[in-house]
Structures are given as structure tokens and as C-alpha cells.
Design a protein around this ligand. Structure first.
Ligand code: ZN
Length: 597
């Protein structure tokens, strides 16, 4: 058995990106080529030939690819070996060179978006249109950047802002992290003696425990610590919110959340519709919590019970079995999915198992079109690891579908970036679920699916609803306690009468790093997930015919406006009806769960 596990263990091979021994050579090459940028800058002229323009863009892309190789190799190396000092050193050098390169080529990007640039004639709209059209693959991205110019300030002002961010908001975020890392949590399970817990992730692993006293103790230990430091967290958060709001106004955005929406290539209206439809469907999850209480033999769930498992025993699945299952599922859905996923395995671009020096979690890194993506996993023989594998390979498949694009337009923009990954998970879920004979396992699978959907959809949605309220209130003036009350009221709205919420949860808002570090970021999760559910619902209804449309979406990568891509397949992300389709799927799961008893 042990032998088999070792054989299954995959380590990724980074040679295709860059061999460690070639780092210096490439570094020098980039330095040298950076010297050519000035020559290209001199050629910038609104009346220039399309051919010259393509030459400049090709030069930029080639140089971009070189710096990407230089940065990615040590970055990925460090992900699987966090103690690797050599990797850290190389990464630092690559990043520094990257910053220098970005600074040098900023003149080009500034000129492209139509800013006044010393010594150059400004690029007018008409010529911009003509030149951009000569590279259809980059046309959308270049035009979008030009639209962004209206939110850009003068160069001097931008310089001040970037310094202010580096030494202001960014340092506050670092300070918050320092405060957090210094925490030592006092875990007290029942009347036993206090156990010191050093990390939040160790503590949070207990919220899925089958034992109530462990879940309760974990939440108490965590929230107590945050409450003790509430003034610090409030101070940091207020400063960031005020700064964000000030800058949004200065740049001319309609509202604080519009800053994020624009960056995500999503219209404000679509986000508003999403937030509302999600909120209006909260009852589905409330019904789930009521059902769960019954199953667990409780009158009503308390907040610390919501992630309690229905079954104490779980099914184990090793890496080899997981791989087989995922590839088989893809093959069944669409052979091309399986073919592309296999390529990632064959290219040795997968790092499969946890190790003491490897970072946790999982991701898929799209380096550039000519290299198949890299997938990091931490397979621990749990059922959820199989879904993670399907999810990350889904991202990889998406990248490979879009590998005919240039580097700048391979990667899908936010609204569509989770399409293949969520699809992968959904088809896997359906397959495992339909083959499973044991009713207890079926029930526990569905229950977990509901709990996961709650966490990635409704919970994230309410983070953003809270943020909208908080950003408004902080501008007007509010105390830490009032802000915490505000959080509690969003919890009450979210759970209705389905879950009893202890007062200590008031302080939960400061536990969530995204709320502070990247305002309004969290709707990315429910947006991506629900969009994919809705597409999946269409696939279920229209069958194989819809697959061609999915492929079209995937192949577009980031080369077109996401709204346009979706319209082409008959989807309007501003329509309530479209989003409602996703909730019909979740409703079905809940119905099925109740039928299982
Ligand atoms: Zn993902």
C-alpha cells in the first residue's frame, strides 16, 4: 500500500518554463533587451503603419514572455518548497527586474491609452481604432484599457497615489497580518484544560468536526481573540475604506463597488442583479439548515453547527483512483476535456501530494499559451480532494482551449474564469452521485454540496452586502460596536429563523481578510459559481447541443468582452431570470435531500 502511494506521488517538472541553470543567462538577455525599449518608444506615432505597431506589440509580448519565465520558475518552486532559500532569492531578483521592466515600458502603455506623453504625439481615437484593429486578438483588451484611461489621473498624481498605496493602505494590510500571526488561540473543549493553538487554519479545521463541543470551542477561541483586538481591526478597516472611497471619487467612479466591477469587466447592473437574486434565494439555504437540524437531532442549529457533517465516517479515495475517476468523467462528458487533462499529466505539470514544506490549497497556473498549465494539488485521500482535482484541471482545460491566443488574451476575465472548473466539479458530482448505491453516502454527499454552495454563494454574497453598507456608514462616521452590530444584522437576514446566532459572531467581520484587503472582491466567488451553474442548467436542458456553446466560451479566453461572449450563446448576465436558473439547481438538490429523509 505504502509503495503504491509513493508511485502515485507526482512532482511537477518546471524545465519547460526555465531550467534553473539557465536563469542567469535569461536574466542578462532581458536586461539587454530592455535597452531596446527606448528605440521602440521613438517609433510611437499615431500615423504609424499597422506593421510597425504590430512590431512594437510583438516585441513587448516576447519580452513579457521572457520575464514571465524568469518569475514563474522560482515562484512555482517556492510553492512546493517554502524553505527553498535559493528559490526565494531568484524570485526576488526576477520580481525586481519585472518592476524595472514595467517602469520602462509604462511609456508605451501610457501612450496607448491616449495619455499625453513627453516628446510624443498623442494617440487619438481614430488612429487607436485603426491600429488596435490590426491585432484582433488584443483589440478588446487595448480598447478596454483606453476606456480605463478616463479613470486614470495625471502621471504625477498617479505617482503620488502609487507611493501612498505602497506606504499607506498596503502597510495597514501588513500590520493586520502581523497582528493576526501573533495570535495564539485558547482552545477549551468542554471543561478540559486549555490548549494553545497557533494558527487560524488549524482552528478552522475544527468547524467541520462531527463533535459539537469541538466546533463550538473553535469558534469561541477564534472570535474571542478578534473581539479582544476589535479596536485595532476597526481602525485599520476604517482607514482602508475611507481611502478606497476617496480614490473612487477622485477617479470619477460612480460608487466604491464600481471600482471593483470595472476591474472585473462586469457592468454595475449585472453585479446588482446578482446580489439581489442571491439575497432573494436565501430561503433555499435556510431550508437546508432546518433539514440539517432535524437530521442531527437538534431543534434548531446554532451558528457553529452549520458545517457539521451528517455522517461520521467518510469515504477515502487515493490519488490514482481519483485521477481515473476524473478522467473517466471528463471522457464521458466530452472526450476533448479528457484529452486536454491528460496532456497536463503527461507534461508532468502536476504536483500531487502535501509535504511539510509545501503550501496548502490548490491552484492552476497558466504561464503562457505555448506551455500547458501547471496544477498544484494537496491530495489527502478525501472525497473533496477529488473535486478539487476536477476543479483545477477544469481551469487547465480552459487555458488549453484558449491556447491559440496571444499571452495577453489567453486568460478569461472574471465572469467566465470559473466556467470550466465549476463544470468539471458538477459533472463529477453528478456521476459519483448517480453511481452511489449507499443512501447514507448519497445523503452526506448532497448535504456537503449544499453546505459548500452556502459557503461559496450566499455567504460570499452577504460579505459584499455588508461591505456596501459598511463603506457607506464608515464615510458618515460609525463606531466599532455599531459596525459589528451591522454585521450581526446581515447574519440575521441571511439565516432568518433557521439558525440561532450567538452574539459573539458580531465580531466575525474582522476575521475575513478579503473584506479588508480587497474590498468587494468576494462576489467573484458567487458570480463565477452561479454563472457556471446557470450554464450547466442550460446544458442539462439542451443536452449535447449546448456543449458546442460551452466550447465557444472557453475558446474565447479573454479576447472578447465577457458580456458579448455570453450574449452570443444567448445569455444576459443582467437578467434576473438567468441567475434564477442557477438556484433551480440548488433547489433540486435540497428537494432530493429531503426526499432521502
Ligand atoms: Zn477556481
Amino acid at each position: 500500500m505504502a509503495k503504491k502511494t509513493i508511485k502515485e506521488k507526482l512532482s511537477w517538472n518546471l524545465d519547460e518554463i526555465l531550467k534553473a541553470k539557465d536563469f542567469e543567462k535569461l536574466y542578462k538577455e532581458i536586461e539587454k533587451e530592455m535597452g531596446q525599449i527606448e528605440g521602440w518608444v521613438k517609433k510611437l506615432n499615431p500615423e504609424m503603419k499597422e506593421e510597425t505597431f504590430r512590431g512594437i506589440m510583438d516585441f513587448e509580448e516576447e519580452l513579457g514572455k521572457k520575464i514571465t519565465r524568469l518569475e514563474y520558475m522560482p515562484y512555482l518552486l517556492e510553492q512546493v518548497d517554502q524553505k527553498n532559500q535559493e528559490a526565494k532569492k531568484l524570485k526576488g531578483r526576477a520580481d525586481d527586474l519585472g518592476v524595472k521592466l514595467a517602469q520602462k515600458s509604462r511609456v508605451i502603455s501610457h501612450w496607448l491609452i491616449g495619455k499625453e506623453t513627453e516628446g510624443l504625439k498623442r494617440l487619438d481615437d481614430k488612429n487607436a481604432k485603426r491600429l488596435f484593429a490590426s491585432i484582433p486578438d488584443l483589440e478588446y483588451g487595448l480598447n478596454y484599457a483606453r476606456t480605463a484611461a478616463k479613470y486614470t489621473l495625471k502621471k504625477d498624481e498617479e505617482d503620488i497615489i502609487s507611493h501612498k498605496d505602497v506606504n499607506g493602505a498596503n502597510q495597514l494590510i501588513n500590520l493586520r497580518e502581523i497582528i493576526e500571526t501573533e495570535f495564539e488561540f485558547d482552545l477549551k473543549i468542554k471543561e478540559k484544560k486549555v490548549k494553545k493553538v497557533r494558527t487560524l487554519s488549524e482552528l478552522l479545521s475544527l468547524v467541520h468536526s462531527p463533535k459539537k463541543e469541538e466546533r463550538l470551542a473553535a469558534y469561541r477561541a477564534m472570535l474571542f481573540k478578534y473581539w479582544q483586538n476589535i479596536d485595532k481591526f476597526f481602525l485599520i478597516y476604517s482607514a482602508i475604506v475611507k481611502d478606497w472611497g476617496y480614490e473612487a471619487k477622485l477617479r470619477g467612479y460612480k460608487s466604491p463597488i464600481s471600482v471593483r466591477n470595472f476591474g472585473n469587466h462586469v457592468p454595475d447592473e449585472a453585479v446588482e442583479t446578482l446580489l439581489n437574486v442571491c439575497r432573494d434565494n436565501r430561503e433555499i439555504f435556510q431550508n437546508y439548515f432546518k433539514y440539517k437540524a432535524k437530521r442531527l437531532g437538534m431543534k434548531k442549529l446554532e451558528r457553529w453547527d452549520i458545517y457539521a457533517p451528517l455522517e461520521k465516517k467518510t469515504k477515502k479515495i487515493n490519488f490514482g483512483e481519483a485521477k481515473e475517476l476524473v478522467l473517466e468523467t471528463f471522457e464521458n462528458f466530452l472526450p476533448k476535456f479528457a484529452k486536454l487533462a491528460k496532456r497536463i499529466f503527461e507534461d508532468q505539470h502536476i504536483d500531487s501530494h502535501p509535504s511539510p514544506v509545501k503550501r496548502g490549497g490548490a491552484f492552476c497556473a497558466t504561464v503562457m499559451p505555448e506551455i500547458s498549465p501547471y496544477v498544484m494539488l494537496n491530495h489527502d485521500n478525501q472525497m473533496r480532494d477529488v473535486f478539487t482535482m476536477a476543479h483545477e484541471l477544469g481551469h487547465g482545460i480552459h487555458s488549453l482551449y484558449a491556447a491559440h491566443h496571444r499571452m495577453g488574451s489567453q486568460h478569461a476575465n472574471l465572469p467566465l474564469s470559473e466556467t470550466a472548473s465549476t463544470f468539471g466539479e458538477m459533472v463529477l458530482f453528478e456521476r459519483i452521485y448517480s453511481f452511489e448505491q449507499n443512501i447514507d453516502i448519497k445523503r452526506s454527499m448532497l448535504s456537503e454540496k449544499m453546505a459548500d454552495s452556502f459557503a461559496s454563494i450566499l455567504r460570499q454574497n452577504y460579505f459584499v452586502i455588508f461591505e456596501k453598507r459598511a463603506h457607506e456608514a464608515i464615510q458618515k462616521g460609525i463606531t466599532a460596536e455599531e459596525l459589528s452590530e451591522m454585521w450581526l444584522s446581515t447574519l440575521k437576514e441571511q439565516f432568518g429563523n433557521s439558525v440561532k446566532i450567538d452574539k459573539i459572531f458580531k465580531y466575525e467581520w474582522c476575521v475575513i481578510p478579503h473584506i479588508v484587503n480587497s474590498p468587494f472582491y468576494c462576489y467573484a466567488y458567487n458570480f463565477g459559481e452561479l454563472l457556471s451553474y446557470a450554464l450547466f442548467a442550460r446544458y442539462k436542458k439542451e443536452g449535447k447541443n449546448f456543449i458546442a456553446k460551452i466550447e465557444k466560451i472557453l475558446a474565447a479566453g479573454g479576447s472578447e468582452d465577457p458580456d458579448e461572449i455570453l450574449k452570443k450563446v444567448g445569455v444576459d448576465m443582467k437578467s434576473e431570470k438567468f441567475w434564477q436558473g442557477s438556484f433551480e439547481i440548488i433547489k433540486e438538490w435540497q428537494k432530493e435531500l429531503e426526499e432521502l429523509g
